[in-house]
Ligand binder design. Structure first.
Ligand code: ADP
Ligand code: MG
Length: 332
């Protein structure tokens, strides 16, 4: 199967008639027509075998994840997804792999009503680079995008969904932990098929003061937001942790994995693709409304302070002595 046959068979689809795509895949460029009063939001993410995913991952799940991690960036900006491109390096044209990958990719694309408008295909080590295009209301330097730099001292800090679920699955894959089959499947789905919080991002426009998506762990990504805003934070632990709480059975202690590991997973696990965002206290009701209209759970986890750095408090409000340097071991 040649390059053009491969594109034709697995990636070319009938054009959507409701999209902003004037010209889709097939020519030297795609043409998009942004709506009047809108600005383009653009983001790219690359997934490299061995670095970002295991070689054994189901191709449909990989197709989903490659697009999901990109949509998560649009969500963090409060942008509405429009279209995407796909640059793909493949060791060989494997029909089973390609049909699985494109099925997973297009299932997520369809659920966000977006179209694949172009890309590039080459032979080489498996590498998937997607660029997403989205739109936010704006003219000139005035726009409604959610940025990292807008947090102010006194703002509340919120996170969507649960943190640490993907890290739980990784621990099982690494042989550091065993879970019941049911729990492992849930954690694995969270790791392999994250849900980009696009609807929440849109609902937070005009409500959140700053936002970022959590791809490398809460402390690291919140740290980026705080530095961009020139502020610090007080975080109240324990944090929302649905699967982690369910997984904290006595076996953990027997395996030497107790409460501290749970906190590690929540604070620095990575691959969560949840949104962490800030909002003024006066916007608390609007945040709850945004959570409701987007059907996305949102939990307040602390507040922004003027002094730099992140202070962690335990359930009794005492400062948690926790060596943040230890979180670096997840950044292997
Ligand atoms: P070019 O010579 O300009 O690089 P190609 O011959 O590589 O173009 O690609 C032909 C068409 O197929 C282009 O419209 C390109 O955007 C599209 N395309 C190539 N690879 C992919 C892919 N993996 N996914 C989607 N579109 C692709
Ligand atoms: Mg090309």
């Amino acid at each position: 199967m040649g390059e053009f046959e491969l594109i034709e068979r697995y990636f070319k689809r009938p054009a959507r008639n409701d999209s902003r795509t004037v010209l889709g895949l097939g020519d030297d460029c795609a043409l998009l027509a942004p709506a009047p009063g809108m600005q383009l939001a653009i983001s790219s993410d690359m997934l490299v075998e061995g670095r970002h995913f295991l070689s054994t991952v189901d191709p449909a799940r990989l197709g989903h994840k490659a697009l999901a991690v990109n949509l998560s960036d649009l969500a963090a900006c409060g942008a509405r997804p429009l279209a995407f491109t796909l640059a793909l390096a493949l060791p060989r044209a494997d029909a089973t792999w390609l049909s699985g990958f494109s099925a997973g990719l297009f299932a997520l694309a369809d659920s966000h009503q977006i179209e694949l408008v172009g890309g590039d295909t080459t032979q080489g080590p498996l590498n998937i680079c997607i660029t997403v295009l989205g739109e936010v209301p704006g003219t000139g330097t005035q726009h409604q995008a959610l940025l990292r730099g807008g947090a102010h001292a006194g703002d509340d800090i919120y996170v969507s969904g649960n943190l640490g679920d993907a890290r739980l699955a990784l621990a099982v894959f690494r042989g550091n932990l065993s879970l019941t089959t049911a729990l492992f499947e849930l954690a694995r789905t969270r790791m392999e098929q994250p849900t980009p919080r696009v609807a929440l991002g849109l609902a937070l426009r005009g409500v959140a003061s700053a936002a970022i998506d959590v791809s490398d762990g809460l402390l690291g990504d919140l740290g980026h937001l705080l530095r961009a805003s020139q502020v610090g934070a007080v975080i109240e632990t324990p944090l929302a942790s649905g699967l982690l709480a369910a997984a904290a059975h006595p076996d953990w202690a027997a395996q030497g994995i107790g409460t501290p590991a749970q906190l590690d997973y929540v604070l620095a696990g990575g691959d969560d693709y949840e949104l962490v965002f800030t909002a003024p206290a006066a916007a608390a009701a609007a945040v709850q409304q945004a959570a409701l209209v987007s059907a996305t759970p949102v939990t307040r986890i602390g507040r922004v302070r003027a002094a730099a750095g992140i202070q962690l408090l335990d359930a009794q409000g005492h400062e948690l002595q926790c060596n943040l340097a230890s979180f670096d071991h997840f950044k292997s």
